[in-house]
Design a protein around this ligand. Structure first.
Ligand SMILES: Nc1ncnc2c1ncn2[C@@H]1O[C@H](COP(=O)(O)OP(=O)(O)O)[C@@H](O)[C@H]1O
Ligand SMILES: [Mg+2]
Length: 241
């Protein structure tokens, strides 16, 4: 479904992503881990069309999308969420989600119906009339997912949607990610919450200094010496995660 061929993205003298290749199949739930500054968000920005890579190719469903603008890629069915959530703060939840739907649907009435479906799926029903900026962080993260889902992606990139949540908010968003995946959306998930990642992901890729240094099942990753040294630490225990 998605193929990255040796993608490199530089900011001046800094190489944020270096020669990363990746294959995502339809129905995958792929995790991306790595320390802060490893290049995870930059990789998402390259995939989703916010940055053009200096080298390499991004191929989505057989089409070379390298360098296409984000709105064009979103229309093809590939959307991302933002680590720093960016709702329209003055608008209510329902309108925020409807704007997502309007990227694909022309009629406001159709977009409203679609927004209602997504709001229900995301458990935001009771908050539909609330202003986005009034929501607590847990619900803002859900809204971010809802806005992305309203574009009807076949491939959705989630950037740290679990960061900074309390245990009950966390359980809610894990459940939501599972439901979205069960609906047939292929997912790539960046997350530091390892317990959640190890349970959710079918496969995990580790980035370090912009490079892919490991890839495997959660069990393989948890026992990979380079991953333990660079990220997890020796005290990490998969059985307890
Ligand atoms: N727009 C930008 N301009 C300059 N440097 C950037 C920009 N975005 C990210 N970087 C740098 O690229 C590296 C990777 O950042 P990022 O992709 O955000 O890492 P991660 O998401 O893994 O924490 C960091 O050193 C960061 O400072
Ligand atoms: Mg990041």
């Amino acid at each position: 479904m998605l193929t990255l061929e040796s993608v490199t993205k530089r900011f001046g003298g800094l190489t944020a992503v270096r020669g990363v290749s990746l294959e995502v199949r339809r129905g995958d739930l792929l995790g991306i881990i790595g320390p802060n500054g490893a290049g995870k968000t930059t990789l998402f920005n390259v995939i989703a069309g916010y940055y053009r890579p200096e080298e390499g190719r991004v191929v989505f469903e057989g089409r070379d999308v390298t360098g296409l603008p984000a709105h064009a890629i979103s229309r093809l069915g590939l959307t991302r969420t933002f680590q720093i959530v960016k709702p329209f703060g003055n608008l209510c939840v329902a309108d925020n989600v409807m704007i997502g739907a309007l990227t694909r649907l022309q009629r406001v009435r159709d977009a409203r119906v679609e927004a209602e479906r997504v709001i229900a799926l995301c458990g935001l029903g009771p908050h539909a009339p609330a202003r986005a900026r009034a929501l607590p962080v847990g619900l803002r993260k859900r809204l971010e997912v809802a806005r992305a889902l309203a574009t009807r992606p076949r491939l959705l990139l989630l950037d740290e949607v679990m960061a900074g949540l309390n245990p009950s908010e966390l359980a809610g968003i894990i459940d939501l990610v599972r439901r979205v995946h069960a609906e047939g959306v292929t997912l790539i998930v960046i997350e530091h919450v390892m317990a959640a990642m190890m349970r959710l992901a079918q496969r995990i890729v580790m980035l370090h200094h912009g490079e892919k240094i490991a890839e495997g099942t959660p069990a393989e990753i948890a026992h990979d010496r380079r991953v333990i040294d660079a990220y997890l630490g020796d005290e990490f225990n998969l059985a307890e995660a």
